[in-house]
Design a protein around this ligand. Structure first.
Ligand code: E4P
Length: 220
């Protein structure tokens, strides 16, 4: 399972990339707005920090402008993945960019039917939003199960399931059990995944007991 980081904040990406656990990055217009910085500069910096796929989203709603924006974003760096919304114009753009060799992430997926369309449009990734579905009383993880089951029936579908709108480590565990290809994690969720009170308690005891031996591994 690949881990992408769901943020446009470069210092945070740099910090988390140093763990060696980050395979890529996803951004969206809301995350870019939070940085207060120029979008193109932010994407270029992220692409220099993380060599894996970096999703950068188009802003337009019509096919022609989306295509032009997608081509512009793809020129920033070879690891840019152009993100388009799951609309008729978005999927038309997905098809055109994919045929031309640019990887596309189809975002704002909320149904299995939409995920089938994204695969047929040649998307490299489809992003079902589990947290936002949970928020409105639907079962976000059931959507991941449905998409994985459907894609498994069609080996010619090359689209990877990228679990988005992740809210907590349980989402990540559930997505992993379903065999989802990627989870994009808010930085806080990746940090939460490290944590367990028994790890802290056990480590404190080991540190105290080791100290009582008076030994040093490096000087022994
Ligand atoms: C990533 O590609 C999505 O844009 C992101 O995961 C959405 O997360 P949110 O629902 O927490 O805004």
């Amino acid at each position: 399972m690949k881990f992408f980081i769901d943020t446009a904040d470069v210092p945070t990406i740099r910090e988390l990339a140093a763990t060696g656990l980050v395979d890529g990055v996803t951004t969206n217009p809301s995350l870019v707005a939070k940085t207060g910085r120029k979008f193109i500069d932010v994407v270029a910096e992220i692409c220099a920090v993380v060599k894996g796929p970096v999703s950068a989203e188009v802003a337009a709603l019509d096919h022609e402008t989306m295509l032009a924006e997608g081509r512009r974003l793809a020129r920033i760096a070879p690891n840019v993945v152009v993100k388009v919304p799951l609309t008729p114009d978005g999927l038309k753009t997905c098809k055109a960019l994919s045929v031309a060799g640019t990887a596309v992430n189809v975002t704002l997926c909320f149904s299995a039917a939409q995920a089938i369309l994204a695969a047929k449009a040649g998307a490299a990734y489809v992003s079902p939003f589990v947290g936002r579905l949970d928020d409105v009383g639907s079962d976000g993880m059931q959507l991941i199960a449905d998409i994985c089951e459907i894609y498994d029936q069609y080996p010619d579908f090359a689209t990877e399931v990228l679990v988005a709108s992740v809210r907590h480590p349980i989402h990540v565990v559930q997505a992993a059990k379903l065999g989802a290809d990627v989870a994009t994690l808010p930085p806080a969720v990746l940090k939460q995944m490290f944590a367990h009170p028994l790890t802290d308690k056990g480590l404190a005891a080991f540190v105290a007991d080791w100290k009582s031996t008076g030994q040093s591994i490096l000087e022994g």
